[in-house]
Design a protein around this ligand. Structure first.
Ligand SMILES: NC(=O)C1=CN([C@@H]2O[C@H](COP(=O)(O)OP(=O)(O)OC[C@H]3O[C@@H](n4cnc5c(N)ncnc54)[C@H](OP(=O)(O)O)[C@@H]3O)[C@@H](O)[C@H]2O)C=CC1
Ligand SMILES: O=CCS(=O)(=O)O
Length: 252
């Protein structure tokens, strides 16, 4: 019987690449996202390889998460791996110039959505004394940068939540991993810059970013380690990305 993976944000980027990667290995898929047409198109394609269930779901809506999980068809209710991937960054303005609605959206999606999704699926995950919760954090959860303010804060939450969850799940056989990618070219920057493709392209100009497939390979590798191996966290950057020094405000 193939394992089943539950992926949030499967309509684009890392989530979509994970769906393809797990499907190619014969796993069954539960794919979620807000854009129903994209889910349907991907289902049409991937159901040639595996069983697919799609759920149109905005992770900011807690009752919808509960309903999605409680209404999982029998064939898909035995979840082995949860990939908490749905998330977004909005804007790069300094804190005092930010739109607080965007801050709330990031907190509701990246933090509240992730913890509620996790809570809803924990009983199913614990039932088999094995499996994985793979959270998609970010380098922004460890390393600060100007304009990262709330986005980085949400990913720092994901990092610490992952560690604490691991403590709580000790003895259950359920593993927890925080994957922390650096610059990766997906729809991420187009969303961050509110659809401005030229601003998004500038982020990756003159360098080779990570691809969604790079991250999907890493997620699949993490999920397919032997049961006794827990990858706690993995920070992954493009070779052409590194850290910079501290900034200093020199008055003279
Ligand atoms: N690309 C990068 O450089 C990096 C990205 N990340 C993280 O990776 C994750 C995936 O991003 P990435 O693939 O790059 O970006 P994309 O914009 O390509 O994909 C984001 C996915 O999240 C989904 N999503 C966003 N908001 C919601 C919501 N409220 N409810 C349900 N689904 C939602 C989108 O689906 P839909 O719009 O259909 O709902 C989409 O499938 C995010 O958590 C991001 O923070 C981390 C490090 C680096
Ligand atoms: O999480 C995404 C990577 S970055 O844009 O914050 O560096």
């Amino acid at each position: 019987m193939p394992n089943t993976v539950f992926i949030t944000g499967a309509t684009s980027g890392f989530g979509e690449a994970c769906a393809r990667r797990f499907a190619s290995a014969g796993w069954n898929l539960v794919m979620t996202g807000r854009r129903q047409e994209r889910l349907s198109a991907l289902k049409e394609e991937l159901q040639q390889q595996c069983k697919v269930h799609t759920i149109t779901l905005d992770v900011r809506h807690q009752e919808d998460i509960q309903r999605a999980v409680s209404e999982l068809p029998d064939d898909f209710s035995d979840i082995h791996t949860l990939i908490n991937n749905a998330g977004l960054a909005l804007g790069t303005e300094p804190a005092d110039e930010c739109d607080t609605e965007q801050w709330i959206n990031m907190i509701d999606t990246n933090i509240k959505g992730l913890v509620m999704m996790t809570h809803a699926l924990l009983p199913a995950l614990k039932k088999n004394n094995s499996g994985s919760i793979i959270n998609i954090g970010s380098v922004a959860g460890t390393w600060p940068y100007p304009g990262g303010n709330v986005y980085g804060g949400t990913k720092a939450f994901v990092k610490q939540f992952s560690l604490n969850l691991r403590c709580d799940l000790l003895g259950t056989g359920v593993r927890v991993t925080n994957i922390e990618p650096g610059l990766a070219e997906t729809e991420f920057s187009v969303v961050r810059f509110n659809g401005d493709q030229s601003k998004a392209d500038a982020v990756y100009d003159g360098m080779q970013p990570l691809t969604a497939d790079d991250i999907a390979d890493t997620v699949f590798w993490t999920a397919s380690r032997p049961d006794h191996v827990n990858i706690n966290s993995l920070e992954i950057m493009p070779t052409q990305q590194a850290w910079s020094g501290f900034a200093v405000d020199r008055k003279s």
